[in-house]
Design a protein around this ligand. Structure first.
Ligand code: HAM
Length: 444
């Protein structure tokens, strides 16, 4: 019997892992450039952490079970509740605003479809303790800069931007009672995707005035501030924070990425202000990233009341988009130098040299089983090695090696002692971590 990976779970063969690393490294580089610090939490949490505030949809998708100690637990489906819990526990001791990022693997029992799996990696960047629109702009700019870092332009990806405060004002202006706002949000969300008949019926059955729903459908057409003021003159005042966010993004030179879109509501229950999603510009794929402001979540989980906002960006859709646009890196060779021994008697010296070169930070391999030199060089080629170093009895006597450029086929004798210096001079990188610098303290 052959046991396969579970549906919706991925095997990362080395070539897949290289793409995953390409994305995760870009995430980390840009987050660090914005002054964010990395954190992590446990992959398994008490189920209550999600039932309190995440919203119905995510709770139905939980991988939840009772552990051997009788605790109700769940694999994390998102990071925000863990973050809120961690920050709340130490809120007073942390310098605000807190800028934290994490790249957890998350688990949701979703119906499998293009761009949606049952596990994914998700970059989370969150800013806690900042209430003003400059914070919203900073978070959105960070998401956009990750797109730019990966080679995507405003022709490839769009930020669709809205604000729950503005949406509430619109629902008030058309005359929908608060009890129907939940369903109205679903209607707005579905308007963006075109399949809203059922939700509309439910609202009508609940007593929503038909002219209110007809006005609400206009939301789909609003693309700029004038369109907003024409359709909803009273609610337009509630757009001030959003206008400031867009103005700030324009000042940063990122305005061309942003579209006003009031059909963006976000499914999660905790959002309170600006909300946004990133999509491929052709609108063919699911969301790349989603986030927004959640000013009451920390308090709801028992912490201090602290304003907060952030986003989650998944690796699955992003990978699809990068693949479609031809923006994935070429496989790079994993070995710099392959050492070959002419006779079994040369092997001890080959081993000594291999380890010397590794100590210098070169990526080195040698044959583990003695074979003919031709076969060894064949292995060197299949590993993508740039250079072969061949050592035979004559070379040993002279303290030399044959250095062969596997690209050009050129070969020359060089001294063993000089080999590290010569290889470094030929542009091979040092794979060693930089040596730690003594930390500076202000204590005299
Ligand atoms: P979310 O919209 O549920 O938000 O997920 C964010 C992103 O994660 C999505 O846009 C998508 O790229 C990716 N994603 C989600 N589910 C899946 C899946 N089943 N398969 C593949 N990719 C997926 C949140 O999770 C919020 N906690 C984000 C946040 C952080 N809000 C504030 N801070």
């Amino acid at each position: 019997m052959q046991i396969k990976a579970l549906p919706g779970f991925r095997d990362f063969y080395p070539e897949d892992f290289a793409y995953r690393r390409h994305i995760l490294e870009a995430w980390r580089r840009v987050a660090l450039r914005y002054g964010f610090e990395e954190y992590d939490g446990p992959p398994l949490e008490q189920v209550d952490l999600y039932t309190v505030k995440s919203g119905e949809e995510i709770v139905t998708q939980l991988y939840a079970f009772t552990d051997k100690g009788g605790r109700e637990v769940a694999l994390r489906p998102e990071m925000t509740p863990t973050l809120a819990r961690m920050v709340s526990a130490r809120a007073r001791g942390l310098k605000k605003p807190i800028r934290w990022f994490s790249m957890p693997q998350l688990f949701r029992y979703e119906r499998q479809q293009r761009g949606r799996l049952r596990e994914h990696f998700q970059l989370n960047c969150d800013l806690i303790g900042e209430a003003g629109p400059a914070g919203d702009a900073e978070i959105i700019a960070l998401a956009v800069d990750i797109m730019r870092e990966l080679g995507l332009t405003s022709g490839d990806v769009r930020v669709r931007l809205s604000d729950r405060r503005l949406l509430n004002a619109v629902l008030g202006e058309v005359g929908l009672p608060e009890g129907q706002h939940g369903l109205a949000y679903q209607l707005l969300d579905k308007l963006g995707r075109g399949e809203y008949g059922k939700v509309k019926e439910a609202l009508e059955e609940g007593g929503a005035p038909p002219d209110a729903l007809a006005r609400l459908e206009k939301v789909r057409e609003i693309r700029d501030w004038d369109g907003l003021s024409d359709a909803f003159p009273a609610a337009a005042n509630a757009a001030d924070p959003l206008r400031q966010v867009v103005g700030t993004l324009e000042a940063m030179g990122l305005g061309e990425f942003v579209d006003l879109d009031l059909t963006i509501v976000r499914g999660l229950a905790y959002y309170t202000g600006v909300v946004f999603e990133l999509f491929d510009a052709r609108g063919e794929l699911r969301a790349i990233c989603g986030g927004g402001r959640y000013d009451h979540l920390l308090e709801a989980l028992g912490g201090d009341a602290l304003p907060a906002l952030g986003f989650g960006m998944g690796d699955v859709v992003l990978l699809e988009l990068l693949r479609e646009r031809g923006l994935l890196p070429q496989a790079s060779p994993q070995v710099d130098v392959f050492l070959a021994a002419v006779t079994p008697e040369d092997l001890p010296e080959v081993l000594g040299l291999a380890h010397l070169l590794r100590d210098h930070g070169f990526r080195v391999e040698y044959p583990l089983t003695m074979t003919g030199v031709g076969k060894q060089l064949g292995l060197a080629n299949s590993r993508g090695a740039r250079y072969a170093v061949v050592l035979g009895p004559e070379d040993r006597k002279r303290g030399e090696v044959q250095l062969k450029d596997l690209g050009s086929g050129e070969q020359r004798s060089v001294s063993q002692a000089e080999l590290p210096k010569i290889l470094r001079g030929m542009g091979l990188e040092d794979s060693r971590a930089p040596s730690p610098q003594p930390s500076q303290t202000s204590h005299g």
